[in-house]
Design a protein around this ligand. Structure first.
Ligand code: KG4
Length: 356
């Protein structure tokens, strides 16, 4: 009897066949907590954003981010539990983002999760941030299962990944320098707009003429699936200087729309090449903050139709950093046996494939 109860709890958690995970995210400028059931059903999700504080500086200031996470985390976790009508005792495991991200910011979440896990005697599940972004799609699309090809586009990363299984990843394309989101933020900044610039460029693209300015289409020699965005960043600054030197005025809307088009062109070109190289991949998935972009979403719809694959887009509320996606991926990490000890550390850089 005792043995049976142990097996039951070990594999299904204390809520029977419903595994309830309390998840915590603090990798950048959002402090977030959520309660997620069986990796797919979000019971509560709370996100406290710091964007207003970082805007003044034109980007995320790591030390401010860490301090603000430290201030917010208790209340955010408390609120997520309250909204889910849960006590800590009702939770089966605690999942936390431990890599990659800003190290001081990550450490706040990791240490808080370790303290909770120790105090409540719950298993601790470390979760990779980019795996979580991918998992936001498991919440939006309950029918989605690996294998699939995923384009991960966020502020810090740009990757083409073959998701072979929930915890089995193969990177087939990556940025050699800046991430797509970083390039968009820098272009918007050069035009005088505040962080996060990707959102502003998205708005400009609704009215601006995307053909008004031309930008290079950088390629990485010998690695057709890899990306390079740093040349584009320099090109936008040069365009602005050229126009100013000629005494002309920059049509910001047009320049923003043209730059966004250039970034999306690169993302689309490599994604198409990846699909051609991997005809076994019949599903295409988008993930990360930039996947909220309306131009990118529309272009991927067309590409999917053209290539005969099914496209999965995360719902807009799940594109940016949140803890619901950590709870989703945490469930599959937990099922695969991943556990964190009290020695768990955070890591600023970690490949998505790493399983330690
Ligand atoms: O995934 P995310 O929230 O944070 C990281 O984990 O990096 O991504 C943030 C990035 C920023 O560069 C921001 O400008 C971009 O996502 N972003 C967008 C849009 N919304 C957020 N870029 C283009 N269009 C959007 N609608």
């Amino acid at each position: 009897m005792v043995f049976k109860a142990y097996i039951f709890k070990r594999f299904y958690g204390r809520n029977g066949d419903k595994m309830k995970i309390l998840s915590i995210e603090s990798s950048c400028d959002e402090t977030a907590a959520a309660v997620v059931e069986n990796g797919r059903n979000v019971i509560s999700s709370v996100v406290a954003t710091q964007i207003e504080q970082h805007k003044i500086f034109g980007g995320v200031v790591p030390e401010i981010a860490s301090r603000m996470h430290a201030e917010a985390i208790s209340a955010v976790v408390e609120e997520a539990l309250q909204k889910a009508d849960c006590a800590l005792a009702d939770i089966d495991a605690i999942a936390v983002t431990y890599a990659p991200g800003l190290i001081g910011a990550l450490l706040v979440g990791v240490n808080y999760a370790k303290g909770l896990a120790l105090a409540a005697n719950k298993p601790l599940v470390p979760v990779h941030h980019l795996r979580s972004h991918i998992a936001s799609n498991y919440i939006t699309h309950p029918d989605l299962e690996p294998p699939f090809l995923c384009l991960v586009v966020s502020g810090g990363n740009t990757l083409l990944v073959k998701v072979k299984d929930y915890t089995d990843f193969e990177v087939i394309g990556r940025t050699r320098d800046d991430a797509a989101g970083e390039a968009l933020d820098k272009a918007a900044r050069a035009l005088g707009y505040s962080y996060p610039g990707g959102v502003t460029l998205d708005r400009m693209a609704q009215t601006g003429n995307a053909e008004a300015y031309s930008f290079p289409h950088p390629r990485v020699d010998g690695s057709p699936l890899d990306f390079s965005f740093s040349g584009l960043k320099t090109a936008v600054v040069n365009q602005i200087h050229n126009v100013q030197q000629k005494g002309e005025t920059i049509v910001k809307e047009n320049l923003g729309a043209s730059f966004l088009k250039a970034v999306v062109d690169l993302l689309e070109k490599n994604t198409k090449a990846a699909l051609l190289e991997n005809p076994d991949m019949k599903k295409l998935v988008l993930a990360g903050g930039v996947s909220a972009n309306s131009v990118l979403r529309a272009r991927m719809q067309n590409l999917a139709k053209q290539m005969g694959v099914t496209l999965y887009l995360p719902e807009l509320s799940l594109c940016g950093d949140n803890a619901a996606m950590v709870g989703a991926q945490g469930y599959y990490e937990w099922k695969a046996g991943k556990r964190g000890t009290m020695e768990l550390n955070a890591s600023a850089n970690m490949p998505i494939e790493e399983n330690e």
